[in-house]
Design a protein around this ligand. Structure first.
Ligand SMILES: O=C(O)c1cc(=O)[nH]c(=O)n1[C@@H]1O[C@H](COP(=O)(O)O)[C@@H](O)[C@H]1O
Length: 253
């Protein structure tokens, strides 16, 4: 969290640049370098999505090279949505941190605390899926529990408890439902949220910021992936989005 906070302050940005590379091999290598180099100045973090690398024959090598190209001061969140029993999760954590060199991960909490805890290390960021951006998520995440609240609420409270115990635990909350962002913020007032869903998925940036920013003007990492990958000028698009975000921040961090 320290590295993230420092970067957010240094770049004066809450923008997370998503890296979901598509195209043929030569295009992808060239475009990844371009997007990283052009957007770095405006990036609070980068989020490579593991699936887009694993679908290529040399995906792990490309992922490692991608992470190495990102300036050291900018946190890299490996979006793997990992989630398995502790023994297996430990190997995913070694992959993400020790093989790939990521500073953080996304984790699916469905299997419970032991799917999350192996990722908690003093210097790492763990974002737990709580309320995702995809519409069909309601079939599981909005289910009401007999003890009260929904499954999303439960994920948020697990993430909060684990943050108190281990530190470095945030939530993934989609930008496609501002009421849900507000609900998650009420359950997790202090934690960082990774927020995908603006850009290609049509999330409302202003409503999301209003619902989710902490009083200190931080606490949200606004991710966009395709909108930057497909932009004619990724640097200009990143600058524009970072500036739009800052317009709605009540206080500079
Ligand atoms: O964990 C994520 O990053 C994630 C959670 C979520 O609720 N919704 C969501 O879209 N994502 C990821 O965020 C990125 C969104 O990409 P764009 O829709 O192209 O901006 C993809 O890598 C998704 O896998």
């Amino acid at each position: 969290m320290e590295k993230l906070t420092q970067r957010v302050q240094a770049a004066n940005s809450l923008l997370c640049v998503g890296l979901d590379p598509v195209g043929d091999d030569a295009q992808v290598v060239r475009r990844l370098a371009e997007v990283i180099d052009q957007t770095s100045k405006y990036a609070a973090a980068f989020k490579p999505n593991l699936a887009f690398f694993l679908s290529r024959e040399d995906g792990v090598k490309l992922l490692r090279e991608t992470v190495q190209r990102i300036p050291e001061s900018i946190p890299v969140i490996l979006d793997g949505k990992f989630g398995d029993i502790a023994n297996t999760a430990d190997h995913y954590a070694r992959f993400a941190y020790d093989v790939v060199g990521a500073d953080g991960v996304t984790v699916n909490p469905y299997m419970g605390d032991d799917a999350i805890v192996p990722f908690a290390r003093p210097d790492k960021l763990v974002f737990v899926l709580a309320k995702t951006s995809n519409k069909p998520a309601h079939s599981l995440q909005d289910v009401a529990l007999t003890r009260g609240g929904t499954l999303s609420d439960c994920a948020a409270s697990v993430a909060r408890k684990l943050d108190e115990q281990h530190g470095g635990i945030g939530l993934v909350v989609g930008a496609t439902n501002a009421d849900a962002v507000a609900r998650m913020r009420s359950l997790a007032p202090d934690q960082w949220f990774l927020v995908p869903g603006v850009g290609a998925q049509g999330g409302d940036l202003q409503a999301t910021l209003k619902a989710g920013l902490r009083p200190d003007g931080a606490g949200l990492l606004i991710n966009t992936s395709r909108a930057l990958w497909q932009a004619a000028d990724a640097g200009a698009a990143a600058r524009e989005l970072a500036e739009q975000i800052n317009q709605f921040r009540p206080v500079a961090v």
